[in-house]
Design a protein around this ligand. Structure first.
Ligand code: ACO
Length: 391
């Protein structure tokens, strides 16, 4: 009996890589990572240049169209995107009612996006044009949903979106109920740009797998949210901040990290399947945190602890290719903006929604259903035993 597909490896032998390490699952124009040198580019443009010069809206266009927009295209794109911000009142209601159970904001987000699909009469129609419009709607509405969750879990009422400000200014407005300063808007924009896309990570892969059955795109986004939520993926940013709070003082770092490692526990915000060098997004966030630390004592305190952990980890684990990832410094920067740790992963999703949708649309354009094999390790053919004859 053959337990794996005869096509699955050389000489008919099974090819298997735990966690699909090194396995190529398709082709994509969206993102390139060179993990050895710590290089990342969206559609060919290095992340450092995008963080320095671009905006989240422009990055959304880039990822959805595989090129930068002209001035006019960007103006029209923004107008359309901003016009989709409001969500049905029922979505605010489900956020309020699920928040009462004290569940994690990512669980509320998953539920709210699923619920949103009910109000889209075109949810099940999978044409290129409609899916593109649905993608824009989802990007805009997800921003409204995450900001509203952020308010409701603090016992506040949602603040409705504005139509004439950037995605970043609007998010901070909806979350805080006041317009952000230019500096805050720019910092948040960079956070969204850095989280917008990252090749075939677990959540993006989940989205591509789900949509490959030609189901609706909401189902794929809900799957991606569920995947991002985990502590090995987007959930690590919240864990990092909790770790910094637990450590309390830079002098406690070495003992804390040593004892965690001796218990074979992972240090959140470190390590990556692809990067075996410094994650370039972490480098950008660290330099922002360093600038903020010059004028903000809380950031200075968190950064002092963070840098000690980083030094210890690189000295002790660097030879294994373990360096800070995007989740390590992002929380310190987000806390400067007055955002609480529970909201860090929803903000990751707020940036990443465009990457998920760009991949979903790309998958649908040249689809083949994902259907790999698994090595069967159960018993060989055995006979059914009637229940009264079982010992
Ligand atoms: N702390 C301590 N040791 C680590 C860490 C870490 N953060 N990350 C990896 N290692 C060690 C492992 O213990 C393992 O050691 P071993 O070979 O002696 O057993 C080795 O490095 C390889 O680790 P794996 O877990 O097998 O690596 P994998 O590629 O499967 O996982 C992952 C990558 C999930 C990111 C892992 O490094 C990790 O759990 N990091 C902490 C959580 C985290 O920061 N996640 C966010 C990732 S970025 C993102 O999703 C946005």
């Amino acid at each position: 009996m053959s337990y794996v597909s005869e096509k699955s490896g050389k000489d008919g032998k099974p090819s298997y890589s735990k966690g699909l390490e090194g396995v190529i699952i398709g082709e994509s124009k969206k993102c390139f990572i060179d993990g050895e040198r710590g290089y990342l580019a969206y559609v060919g443009i290095p992340i450092e240049q995008l963080a320095e010069n671009s905006t989240y809206e422009e990055v959304c266009f880039l990822l959805l169209h595989d090129r930068l927009p002209t001035e006019r295209e960007l103006r029209d794109f923004k107008k359309l995107l901003y016009s989709y911000r409001e969500v049905p009142s029922e979505v605010y209601s489900i956020i309020r009612s699920s928040a009462r159970y004290g569940v994690h904001p990512m669980a509320i987000l998953r539920l709210a996006v699923d619920y949103l699909s009910i109000f889209d009469e075109e949810a099940e129609i999978n044409t290129d044009n409609l899916n593109y419009i649905k993608a824009l709607r989802l990007i805009s509405k997800l921003h409204t949903i995450t900001a509203s969750i952020g308010r409701v879990i603090k016992g506040l009422e949602p603040v409705h979106p504005l139509e004439d400000v950037s995605m970043s200014a609007n998010w901070l407005w909806m979350y805080k109920g006041q317009k952000p300063s230019e500096e805050e808007e720019r910092i948040f924009d960079i956070i969204l740009i850095l989280h917008a896309e990252h090749e075939i990570n677990a959540s993006t892969f989940s989205a591509r797998v789900v949509v490959s059955s030609f189901t609706d795109i909401y189902s794929a986004v809900v799957a991606a949210i569920g995947s991002l939520k985990g502590p090995l993926h987007g959930g690590a940013n919240e864990d990092v901040m909790n770790m910094l709070s637990e450590i309390k003082d830079p002098s406690n770092v070495e003992q804390y990290v040593r004892s965690k490692l001796s218990r074979k526990e992972k240090i959140p915000g470190f390590g990556h399947r692809v990067y075996k060098n410094y994650d370039p997004r972490a480098a950008i966030l660290k330099s922002i945190a360093e600038k903020l630390a010059e004028k903000n004592s809380r950031v200075k305190h968190w950064l002092e602890i963070g840098k000690r952990i980083e030094k210890f980890m690189i000295e002790n684990m660097g030879q294994k290719g373990i360096y800070p990832n995007v989740d390590f410094f992002s929380g310190i920067v987000m806390s400067y903006l007055g955002i609480e740790p529970r909201m860090f992963t929803p903000i990751f999703a707020t940036g990443r929604i465009v990457g998920w949708l760009a991949h979903i649309l790309e998958q649908l354009k040249d689809n083949r259903i994902f259907r790999p094999r698994i090595i069967y390790t159960g018993p060989e053919e055995i006979n059914y035993v009637p229940i009264d004859q079982r010992s």
